[in-house]
Ligand binder design. Sequence first.
Ligand code: M6R
Length: 615
Amino acid sequence: MCGIVGAVQKNTKAMPVLLSGLRALEYRGYDSAGVAVIENGKIECVKSVGKVAELEKKLKKRELNGAVGIAHTRWATHGVPSEANAHPHLSHNNEVAVVHNGIIENHEKLRTRLESEGYKFVSDTDTEVIAHLVHHYLNLSKQKDLFEAVEKAVHELKGAYAIAVISGSAPDRIVAARFGSPLVVGFGNEKMFVASDVSALIDETNQFTYLEDGDVAEIFADSCVIRNASGKRVDRPMITSEISAADMSLHGFQHYMQKEMYDQPQAIKSTIEQAMKKGEIDVRAFGAKALSVFRKISSIQIIACGTSYHAGLAARYWIEPLADLPCNVDVASEYRYREPRFRKGTLYVFISQSGETADTLACLNMVKRESPNSHTLAICNVPESSLTRGTDLAFLTRAGKEIGVASTKAFTTQLVAFLLLTVVLGRIRRTLPKEIDKKIMKGLLTLPEKVEEALELDSTLHRLAPKFTEKEHCLFLGRGIEYPIALEGALKLKEISYIHAEGYQAGELKHGPLALVDENMPVIAVAPNDALAGKLQSNLKEVRARNGKLFIFASPETKIVKDEGTEVILIPEVDELLAPIVAVVPLQLFAYHVAVQRGKDVDKPRNLAKSVTVE
Ligand code: M6R
């Protein structure tokens, strides 16, 4: 949700760093972009609608040479994508420039007040109030102290923000602040940076400091001073990032989503391996205190959004029977407002690829506030994210950097994390039957190979895709643990191909959605050979009886037979406990090929962004 990058250098142009940072951050939003630098004590700004490439075209015609600058790629919240609404936002006489990620909830009130003081607004954004507020305080300050002006301005803001501010009156620095949206300071040699995440700066440094909520930082080319919400000078820990330039490369693939689907065998292998010690699952992979926490819990509450929520839904089918624990799963944006009751002994599990999803983080903060003695666990793919830093326990999936907006390898590694959690809990609680324990452990060993086999369906799905490119609607069906997989298949298809797709429990078909079925409504069923396969087949007959076209992703053992209205895509045979992790792979490939053949930008689907850091 909007990407911020800033550079403070001495005598060298900031623009190359700003542009490469923006390209790396484009996954966060890509409807407009802009840069502002300080040149000869004045702010110069260039903005454009569309992707970063459009901005680069403009910058070829108008070179900006400043050594200090800020840049932004936007995901519109307030106001349509337009040049006026693109960041940086400028104050009166271009004295101050601001880039912002987040949402200022009291912007209307502030706008009315600033307008009454004579400030003229040129955009529909909430961000513009920050530029004018900083300008207001800067002009009240005798020394024109930018740090003080930003500090005073952010005290007036309600909502979430990560901001970077420059001013011609303080041409050697950036002042940055965060509350609720991530911001990291990067340390280079005689150059310093600020960005929404480390990936923007991997070519420049691997040394970073994360700002905490309420921090304001004054960043010079060779130093950085951070003050916390109470104005006290603080030292935040320095971390060395493991992300490398290779993580950001396409490695010959056409799209990041395609590469990331193919990363899955290795990502799954790494996730399993890092949780093992001497051939056994090490409970400490969930955190140093995991064993004592897991011994105490009596229920589980899973909270997440989107694809991560689907992983949580699938997990319930493992956790309840095998760890004998009641398990609830909620969408974070609902959970935070539905006034839930907090029960003693509940383990709250927050799943997020990015660890920066605003609703998921808000739920974590709510649980910590309302039920301070509760135990919290993050399942996350980003080690230094706000989520992993906020929970008592954390399990890190080893998917590696996921750039495509459509989550693929993050999902399959989240499922692996939940399966490992189930085994750990089942063993501690002595509820996991020995033979099932053995089956899972054996299955985990061969899982990367099975996923590899599933990827071999690539060409089959490439050939199947044309049957869908002209379709406008599609139903996905599954039963039991394959129901969340059907939901995930539908989400993948709709988000990147823009075909309206819905996932349903197959048993619900006759309670409503069957009315939609006719020869124009393709129905996709996920049918690995599990205990419910027989029941699913009866549901599918209901579809055929209405002339619905069926596409069944089934394992050979189901012995589902093709007929003129039923196409069967054979997926690898695998134990039913691990089947969802394999079954989702062909659905990802299928969505990918349909989207590519419909000419869509699979890595940057319209209206979406990778990291949803606003509510
Ligand atoms: O980073 P998170 O896992 O918290 O993100 C949650 C959702 O925004 C995300 O899974 C989204 O649904 C994916 N783009 C779907 O592919």
